[in-house]
Design a protein around this ligand. Structure first.
Ligand code: F6R
Length: 614
């Protein structure tokens, strides 16, 4: 959701800005822009739509623009004001000397705008961001110091922001700051970078520092200085980034999503490494710092998350309740934060997030922390805001996920929940050793089973082709795979814009069945176990209403061929592990349908990878 890049050094800034923005495209955006300083003058270049439109504009004047060795760039995901060139960042003050890019939302922008207008500022855009440009310009007029101007300007701002600012009269400086929005500084030789995420700078440097809330950084080509909001100097905490630039390559796949689906067998192996060493040994989860006695005494667990991570949490609930006997509530973070939640020091609160930057989940865990709960974060970004606020951090090691539609990070979250549940069950002695050994064995062989599905994806491709003309889909399942139905439907709607809904199969006859006819395919997740026969009857009920039926199943019962119009067979697996396998064909089905429909698979419309506003 919005992306910032800033560069100061000795190379044409515009090249690095456009490359950096390209590597942030996955965050989701609808316009883009850069500000550079060419021969002492701040110039803006902006375009609506894809980054390529901006690249085309820059290309026409490349010789001129590339003279600048300082610049800031931005991709915008519209919040205040429609996607347009006027609303695209960077924004400037009236004299055009200050240029600013911003992620986040300024909550008091209306009051600020009224005050600034009363003082003579003329606003051109509908954005909240433009207020910061005017505010910084007015503070600079008083202080003649850009860092100080930013510092005192931010004291008047309420809300979330990461910003980067340049000023025409301060040619050798970028100032940046953040509050509740991520910002990372990259350190080079004779050049420095600032960005809202690592992919923007990883190909230039692996030396980085994450800025904390309210810290202000001043970058020149040869220096990086950080202060806090009270002007105290902050020592630089430079770390080596774990990411490899190759993570940003499609490696021959047509889309990042397809590549990431194919990475899942290795992701499972990665997550298990060092934690599940041997089926006879206990799971080792040194990341969980919750005292073992406290863990034994836990009265309840609450899991907060959004979207796909929420679905991983639902699988987690099922496994933890099954193996540990602790009641688990799962709630969308956006709901959790606006009601009276009953939580205390006997409640473990788990936040699940691919990005670790989702605003609603951050707020939810902060609320729970204030009430004394131990906060355990399951995230793919150990460098994120949520990770830094965690009491226990379970990093899921899925590597960077570029496709907006989450696939491998979901898999890694689900596998992490198996490890966490077994870990707790071993401490609590709440499940039989045989049961746990069976699950551990299944986890170890899971990657090969996923590989078998990936090797037979042509069947899924055929099914996708046959059903790609439908406008609506229903996904049904029961028990532990209810979450799989929700996640499969979410994948389909996200990238193909088909109206797909996941239902608990038993709920079908309480309403949704009214919609069924030959135009509404029903996909059943029919995995062997407690609820197999029940789902089969629900599928029969759908058939009786002329719905076309698809099954994802590990059953080899040939009678299914009579009932279902299309069957996607997956390897056999214990029911409790089945969500980790059944989701793979659903990810592929969504992918191939979207591809047949010619959709922008990796960057679906209106979506952002990292949702940093509430
Ligand atoms: C769907 C998807 C989103 C995210 C949601 C939460 O494919 O990616 O639904 O799961 O926005 O994001 P995180 O996991 O980063 O907190």
């Amino acid at each position: 959701m919005c992306g910032i890049v800033g560069y100061i050094g000795n190379k044409p800034a515009v090249d690095i800005l456009l490359e950096g923005l390209t590597n942030l495209e996955y965050r989701g955006y609808d316009s883009a822009g850069v500000a550079v300083n060419v021969e002492g003058k701040v110039e803006l270049y902006k375009a609506e739509g894809k980054l390529q439109n901006l690249k085309n504009i820059v290309q026409e004047k490349y010789e001129h623009i590339s003279k600048s060795v300082i610049g800031i760039g931005h991709i915008r995901w519209a919040t205040h004001g429609v996607p347009s060139v006027t609303n695209a960042h960077p924004h400037t003050c009236n004299c055009g000397k200050v240029a600013i890019v911003h992620n986040g939302i300024i909550e008091n922008y209306k009051e600020l705008r009224a005050k600034l207008e009363a003082n003579g500022c003329t606003f051109r855009s509908q954005t909240d961001t433009e207020t910061i440009a005017h505010l910084v310009a007015s503070k600079y007029a008083q202080t003649k110091d850009l860092t100080e101007a930013v510092r005192i300007a931010t004291k008047e701002i309420e809300g979330a922001y990461a910003i980067a600012v340049i000023h025409q009269d301060v040619k050798n400086t970028i100032v940046a700051t953040r509050r509740n929005a991520p910002l990372v500084i990259g350190f080079g030789e004779g050049e420095n970078f600032v960005a809202s995420d690592v992919p923007a700078l990883i190909q230039y440097t692996k030396k980085a520092m994450y800025l904390d809330d309210n810290q202000i950084v001043t970058l020149t080509p040869d220096s990086v200085k950080v202060i806090d909001e009270n002007n105290n100097s902050i020592p630089l905490k430079i770390e080596n980034l774990p990411w490899e630039p190759v993570a940003l390559s499609k490696m021959g796949y047509k889309h990042f999503m397809l590549k990431e689906i194919h990475e899942q067998p290795d992701i499972v192996r990665n997550v298990l490494t060092g934690k599940l060493k041997n089926i006879d040994e206990n799971i080792s989860l040194s990341e969980v710092t919750l005292d073992k006695d406290k863990l034994k005494d836990l009265k309840r667990i609450q899991i907060v998350a959004c979207g796909t991570s929420l679905h991983a949490a639902l699988v987690g609930k099922y496994i933890i309740e099954e193996l540990c006997g602790i009641p688990v509530d799962v709630e969308a973070s956006s709901e959790y934060i606006y009601r009276t939640t009953i939580t205390d020091e006997n409640t473990l609160v788990i936040g699940v997030s691919q990005s670790g930057e989702t605003a609603d989940t951050i707020t939810a865990i902060r609320q729970a922390k204030k009430k004394g709960s131990h906060i355990l974060i399951v995230t793919n970004r150990p460098d994120s805001t949520m990770a830094r606020e965690a009491d226990s951090l379970v990093p899921v090691n899925a590597g960077i996920e570029v496709s907006v539609a989450a696939t491998k990070s979901y898999m890694a979250q689900v596998i992490s929940f198996y490890l966490l549940a077994i870990y707790m069950a071993e401490i609590k002695n709440s499940a039989s050793k045989e049961e746990l050994i069976k699950i551990k064995h299944e986890l170890i062989v899971l990657p090969q089973k996923i590989e078998q599905i990936l090797n037979h994806k042509s069947d899924i491709q055929k099914c996708a082709k046959a059903f790609s003309g439908h406008k609506d889909f229903i996904f049904i399942a029961r028990g532990i795979n209810y979450a799989t139905a929700l996640e499969g439907a979410l994948k389909l709607k996200e990238i193909s814009y088909i109206n797909a809904t996941g239902y608990s199969a038993g709920e079908l006859k309480h309403g949704p069945i009214a919609m069924l006819d030959e135009s509404m395919p029903v996909l059943s997740i029919l995995m062997k176990g407690k609820v197999y026969e029940k789902i089969l009857s629900n599928a029969e009920e759908a058939k009786a209403r002329n719905a076309k039926l698809i099954a994802v199943t590990n059953s080899d019962d040939i009678k299914l061929d009579e009932l279902f119009d299309s069957i996607i067979r997956v390897p056999d697996i214990e029911e409790i592990l089945s969500p980790a396998l059944a989701i793979v064909p659903l990810q592929l089905l969504a992918y191939y349908i979207a591809e047949f429909l010619g959709k922008d698979v990796d960057q679906p419309r209106n979506l952002a990878k990292s949702v940093t506003v509430e």
